[in-house]
Design a protein around this ligand. Structure first.
Ligand code: SAM
Ligand code: SF4
Length: 332
């Protein structure tokens, strides 16, 4: 591990950068982007691949080790493989990953691997075609499953699967999804529903807590907490007591917040740094880069922004207000 130069004012080292490459998405997950994207801004408001590469290389020189490409749907950005190849050459990245809805992963997994991507996280909320369609707003379960198989085949591993669990939609299915993890030796991540949906449909009642998810899985497969340093990881990780392959991760930002160990920072597709998913302010790295600042100047700017990282989120406070930008515009 390199010495962390990027620290916030609470002493947390920033090691994990999430880069959104587009606001566009071809799915309509009801908990994210139910009514589609807002109209796109001018084309030149988006960071170019060269600008992203430069920004990432500065973050990495400051101690960032993990870089995740996300969106929107990152595979909709043209020639994403070109960006992957550029980032794969940045010295110091320990983990280069991409989060995708997998609609075209089957065709592109090999190319992504060849470009230097380490692994993928695939979003998959249900294994039942009807529930999948109802949650994602599109009828693509088959393609997503094909995408997962292709990613396995080409070695974009370890593959993580993200499932957002929402009351009345898929909470009855969590043990079935744990069985899928066992069968395919996958890491299945169950995520609590957060108030970041563009439809503003979130309610506390719709949140299925991490504790309930754990209990539901335990009824069918006994889980044992993995004895590993959790560090800044979002998930609490479990193995199956009977030694079956695969693992379960539970990400419970609402009922079991993990802000105290957060190591994440985000860059939006239009070049704004967000220090928290729930930030109310953004910092325009794009303007700094385009002003012609030197590498050292950009690094200083990033260090200054990191110091403004919020101590925690306030989802559970009565004064909580959803941020103006929602998940697909921030980069999950
Ligand atoms: N389109 C890609 C995908 O779906 O994998 C990448 C972007 S998506 C915003 C990243 C992750 O955020 C997905 O796994 C998605 O399930 C999660 N997500 C979106 N809205 C959420 C919400 N309201 N609460 C919790 N997770 C959410
Ligand atoms: Fe699109 Fe991903 Fe949001 Fe679903 S979760 S609407 S696939 S950005």
């Amino acid at each position: 591990m390199t010495t962390a130069l990027l620290k916030d004012s609470y002493g947390r080292a920033i090691r994990d950068l999430r880069v959104s490459v587009t606001d566009r998405c071809n799915f309509r997950c009801f908990y994210c982007l139910p009514h589609g994207e807002p109209p796109a801004g001018p084309k030149d408001s988006m960071l170019t691949y060269e600008e992203i590469e430069f920004a990432v290389s500065v973050f990495v020189s400051l101690g960032v080790e993990k870089v995740r490409l996300t969106g929107g749907e990152p595979m909709l950005r043209r020639d994403i493989e070109t960006l992957v190849a550029k980032l794969a050459r940045v010295e110091g990245i320990r983990d280069l990953a991409l989060t995708t809805n997998a609609f075209n992963l089957a065709e592109r997994a090999a190319g992504l691997k060849a470009a230097g991507l380490d692994r993928v996280t695939v979003s998959l909320d249900s294994l039942r075609p009807e529930a999948f369609r109802e949650m994602a707003g599109v009828d693509m379960l088959g393609r997503v499953l094909e995408g997962i198989r292709a990613a396995e085949r080409v070695g974009l591993t370890p593959i993580k699967i993200n499932a957002v669990i929402v009351r009345g939609h898929n909470e009855e299915e969590v043990a079935e999804m744990a069985a899928f993890a066992r069968e395919h030796a996958l890491s299945m991540r169950f995520i609590e529903y957060m108030p970041l949906d563009s439809g503003h449909g979130w309610s506390r009642e719709a949140v299925v807590s991490g504790a309930e998810i754990r209990a539901r899985i335990n009824e069918r497969f006994l889980l044992v907490a993995k004895r590993i340093e959790r560090g800044s990881e979002t998930a609490t990780r479990y193995r199956f007591a009977d030694g079956a392959p695969g693992e379960v991760g539970i990400i419970a930002p609402v009922t079991e917040p993990f802000c105290g160990a957060c190591s994440r920072i985000r860059l939006t597709a239009d070049g704004q740094i967000r220090t928290c998913l729930f930030s109310k302010v953004e910092h325009s790295l794009r303007d700094v880069i385009r002003s012609g600042a030197s590498r050292a100047g950009v690094a200083d700017y990033i260090c200054g922004v990191a110091l403004k990282k919020e101590p925690r989120h306030y989802i559970n406070e009565t004064f909580f207000e959803q941020p103006a930008r929602t998940m697909s515009l921030i980069g999950g």
